[in-house]
Design a protein. Structure first.
Length: 294
């Protein structure tokens, strides 16, 4: 019995001592990842003493032989140029991440993975499965950033933090949970535990008028968090807009949140993948850092 107790104690210590592993996918084509997301990822990893893994995704573009395209457009040369741009951007992005991490004394590993354009987003999701958390950006006028974010959130089985293109990473003092009692919301709360534990304050936000929700649901979660030693409280806001994603984010900002935690909703409908309203609104225009989990 004493041995079992020692083993359990050792396991708890090992859990506490484990270093978090964060994943940063770096796009190189058709658009390159921004310098801001690299800076945010390094800063955020530094705050939480995490090891950051930067993965530059370079593209190989298959050439489909066609006499007319080769004659009129010189397709092989266009493909070669695109692949060269992708490789050069990968080198630049990895170099930037390496230099920033060294300056910030953040542990960084980097690698380059070659894939094809059609498989780019699936490759990003596959790579993300090895890590605790993915760090992503969503830029309104760069559609590919959203496609990568969707692929990782719904295809990796891991949580992701999405940074707006204007936000700078900082410590999480006030964390807001968007709570509707759903499975996805529960998963997001569990995935956010490392940040909930360290936050100075946690607010459980529920919306009324958007969907049927038992009144005490958010309050009950807050009570459970308080019992766990978290400084948590419940708050309710009324749904008054056609954009649920905007309402949730605006309310979180009014509460002076440093980060929003929420479940990601999506389901297949025939050949299309349909996002829930809140998920779609946040990915369309993130207004603050959002931890999203599916």
């Amino acid at each position: 019995m004493e041995i079992d107790d020692c083993n359990r104690g050792g396991s708890r210590e090992m859990e506490q001592d484990m270093t978090a592993q964060y994943f940063l996918p770096l796009a190189t084509y058709p658009d390159a990842s921004s310098g801001l997301i690299i800076s945010n990822a390094v800063t955020f990893a530094g705050y939480y003493s995490a090891h950051l893994h930067a993965c530059a995704l370079t593209v190989a573009i298959p050439h489909i032989p066609n006499a007319w395209s080769s004659l009129l457009l010189d397709t092989p040369k266009m493909i070669e140029r695109a692949e060269t741009v992708s490789r050069d951007r990968a080198a630049t992005l990895v170099s930037s991440a390496t230099n920033l991490a060294a300056s910030a004394e953040v542990e960084l590993s980097s690698r380059t993975v070659k894939t094809t354009l059609p498989l780019l987003h699936d490759t990003a999701a596959t790579e993300a499965r090895f890590f605790d958390l993915a760090i992503l950006e969503c830029i309104a006028d760069v559609p590919d950033t959203r496609i990568v974010a969707e692929a990782i959130i719904f295809g990796s089985g891991r949580p992701a933090i999405i940074f707006p293109n204007k936000a700078l990473a900082g410590p999480i003092d006030h964390l807001v949970i968007a709570w509707d009692g759903s499975r996805a919301a529960a998963r997001a709360v569990n995935d956010a535990k490392p940040f909930i534990r360290k936050a100075k304050r946690v607010s459980v936000l529920s919306l009324t008028g958007e969907k049927p929700l038992p009144e005490p649901s958010g309050a009950h979660l807050a009570e459970i968090l308080v019992a766990s030693g978290v400084n948590a409280s419940a708050t309710v806001a009324r749904f008054t807009s056609s954009s649920i994603g905007q309402i949730i984010q605006q309310t979180a900002l009014e509460l002076s949140a440093d980060i929003l935690v929420m479940g990601g909703f999506g389901h297949s409908r025939l050949r299309d993948f349909v996002l829930g309203g809140a998920t779609d609104g946040v990915l369309h225009e993130p207004l603050l850092p959002v931890l999203m989990s599916h």
